[in-house]
Design a protein around this ligand. Structure first.
Ligand code: PRX
Length: 648
């Protein structure tokens, strides 16, 4: 991490917010944004205290923020409940009949839940959890596909103060087992299978495999969705249709303290062990509520659709908690974007009259590849706002999104944030801030981002550097589950007192931020953030592998693709068959989305004298560049030459 970060972007297009958008927007001008931003920095207690007061507290907070880096505490003295704020608050206010969730399954089935119905289902599920012995502070793993019951399960945990940990349904048994064990989960909520491109993803089967070595798990609840055959273990496994559907639909929300843990979400870091990012109740609630309100500029009649999976933080914050806290109507779609045809998303938008659409650059690049004819076939005039999240969006994809999907009339909010930040940190407020293709523009209220050099000094405008955040914000992670030291080390040791994002970025002459991507050993494949170390440790666990290094290389479609450099044990032959086997092995252990795109065999890996693999060199090789920069620390220069000769 010592090399300078060089930015090559020359983008200079600027798009003002459309006048007709600004007129109706919650924040309709740059001046209003600036006034509110200034206040949020100069008087954070006043600003955040007022936002918090828009939500329901059983006991109001006594203080707003306490900052003893790296530990932040928000809204102390307050007691609240996030499920209450997402459901009961609206029902009590007379909005029980408003649609909360509109679900469309991949096979085409549609189910709608009003706020009153979602409240009842949440209560039933909460009662079922209680009957199976779950109480406040217990961990519950939710390993499901994109079905409304996943959101209901999350809300049910929040309602009784249990801590949920959602595991993305694309993960396989080993990844599930590690996360369940790290969290010490007592119960798993899953389903027989999930629909994906017309096929069944057998979730329960993976749970069964994982549970052979998860001693903390006492029970599972299994929803029937795909009706594939599964094995139910009596006493341990319970049918959703029995324990939930037959439970009472009355269950009071438990008042919890503001800093009561809400959820753990595992994310990749630079070591093989996933990090359990811990979010707590009050700050996360306030952060997701207020960002949804202003960034998506929600109106009462919006049909809001975020295409993320609930297994990632975007699904937590911007399918479930943020939209519901704002009394929005959120759409949830179960399946693949190209099933049965590549126009499925546009068909959904046209039929449901979606007004706000939030997706990822990797999806946008796939749409471009599939061709304009698909979106052009559908009437998407209901759309008024578009969003992007998960990785840097290249200006061409941004322009296509604006023209072809947005019909040239919808502002685009490019939202930069992370699992750790809980909520959006930088984004243009759509009625107030002019946009530039590829820039997430300016910070949200209360956020103080800085670009610094490796010695911590401020970078000049347009000088690439490390992105850090200077002040605490309500929805920031509180720790790494069970590992305060790792929390401090990972986020607050590189630049003491400041939160280090792990991203490289620059700020242009107008003060706009351009995030360039990760500077650590984390790659972003199709919007999935993967720690290369986790993949390496799976490769090394294979009996034929001696050593492995995984790096990312730029990929037109996925943003980054994974390339694994592997040295084999003596006497093992490097064959194409073995290459396939190793790729399959990674897919089976971690999940298909982590399958390396290329595996390159090497006699040795380039290392420093202290034995550290020089990934930077491998990254350059994998990208087809000649290794440049400093090779003086390389222990054996011939290794590099051999790898280059081996170039595909
Ligand atoms: O590198 C940044 C990239 O995704 C990382 C966070 O990944 P994750 O925790 O999985 O959360 C994804 C959804 C919030 C960041 O460190 N990233 C996310 N959004 C953007 C982005 N990079 C550039 N522009 C964005 N809008």
């Amino acid at each position: 991490m010592t090399s300078a970060i060089v930015s090559v972007s020359k983008e200079s297009r600027l798009f003002d917010p459309p006048a007709e958008f600004s007129v109706r927007a919650k924040i309709g001008s740059r001046e209003v944004y600036e006034g509110m931003y200034r206040r949020s920095i100069e008087d954070p207690d006043g600003f955040w205290g007022e936002v918090a007061a828009e939500l329901y507290w059983f006991d109001p907070p006594k203080t707003v923020r306490q900052w003893d880096p790296p530990k932040a505490r928000w809204f102390e003295g307050g007691t609240t409940n996030l499920a209450y704020n997402c459901l009961d608050r609206h029902v009590t206010a007379g909005a029980g009949e408003k649609r909360a969730l509109v679900f469309e399954g991949e096979p085409g089935d549609i189910r709608t839940f009003t706020y009153a119905e979602l409240l009842r289902e949440t209560c039933r599920t909460a009662n079922a959890l209680r009957r199976l012995g779950v109480s406040a502070g217990d961990r519950v793993v939710i390993y499901m596909g994109m079905v409304p019951e996943a959101a209901i399960a999350m809300l049910a945990c929040a309602r009784i103060g249990a801590i949920h940990s959602v595991i993305f349904g694309g993960f396989a048994a080993d990844a599930v087992r590690d996360r369940v064990n790290d969290a010490g989960a007592k119960l798993i909520i899953t389903q027989d299978g999930a629909w994906r491109r017309g096929k069944v993803v057998p979730l329960k089967e993976q749970v069964d495999r994982a549970l052979t070595s998860c001693p903390s798990v006492e029970h599972t609840i299994v929803l029937r969705r795909t009706h594939n055959e599964i094995v139910m273990q009596p006493g341990r496994d319970h049918e959703w249709s029995v324990v939930v559907d037959r439970a009472s639909d009355q269950c009071d929300a438990v008042p919890v303290t503001s800093e009561h843990p809400l959820f753990i979400l595992y994310t990749s870091g630079t070591t093989g062990k996933p990090k359990g990012v811990l979010h707590t109740t009050g700050g996360y609630m306030v952060g997701t509520y207020v960002t949804t309100k202003y960034v998506f500029d929600l109106r009462d009649d919006d049909i809001y659709w975020c295409t993320a999976d609930v297994g990632w933080v975007t699904g937590h914050s911007y399918i479930v908690y943020g939209p519901l806290a704002n009394r929005a109507t959120a759409l949830m779609y179960e399946g693949a974007p190209n099933y049965p045809e590549p126009d499925r998303f546009w068909d959904v938008i046209a039929r449901h009259k979606v007004t706000v659409f939030y997706t990822a650059p990797t999806a946008i690049r796939a749409f471009i590849r599939w061709g304009d004819a698909h979106p052009r076939r559908h009437d998407m005039s209901s759309l008024r706002l578009l969003g992007s999240v998960g990785e840097p969006i290249n200006p061409e994809a941004w322009m296509w999104y604006r023209d072809v999907i947005g019909g040239g009339r919808c502002p685009i909010v490019d939202t930069w944030w992370q699992t750790e930040t809980g909520a959006i940190m930088m984004a243009p407020l759509p009625g107030a801030i002019a946009t530039k293709p590829g820039s997430c523009t300016l910070p949200f209220f209360g956020v103080v981002p800085k670009i610094v050099r490796h010695d911590g000094s401020d970078a000049e405008p347009n000088e690439g550097g490390y992105l850090v955040i200077e002040q605490p914000w309500p929805s920031m992670l509180r720790t790494v589950w069970g590992d305060d030291e790792r929390f401090r080390q990972t986020y607050f040791s590189r630049f003491p007192g400041r939160y280090f994002t792990g991203d490289g970025a620059r700020r242009d002459n107008d003060g706009y931020f351009w995030v360039m991507g990760r500077v650590d050993d984390v790659v972003n494949v199709a919007g999935h953030r993967l720690g290369t170390a986790e993949i390496e440790s799976v490769l090394v666990a294979h009996p034929n592998v001696a050593e492995a290094a995984v790096v990312g290389r730029p990929d037109e479609l996925k943003g980054q693709a994974l390339v694994a450099f592997v040295t084999l044990k003596a006497d093992v032959n490097a064959t194409d068959e073995l290459r396939e086997q190793l790729a399959d092995h990674v897919a089976a252990e971690i999940g298909k989305f982590a399958r390396p795109d290329a595996i390159r065999f090497a006699d040795a890996l380039p290392k420093t004298r202290s034995g550290k693999i020089m990934r930077r060199l491998l990254g350059e090789l994998a990208s087809g560049q000649a290794p440049k920069g400093d090779t003086t620390t390389l222990e054996d220069i011939s290794v590099l030459a051999a790898l280059r000769d081996d170039d595909e």
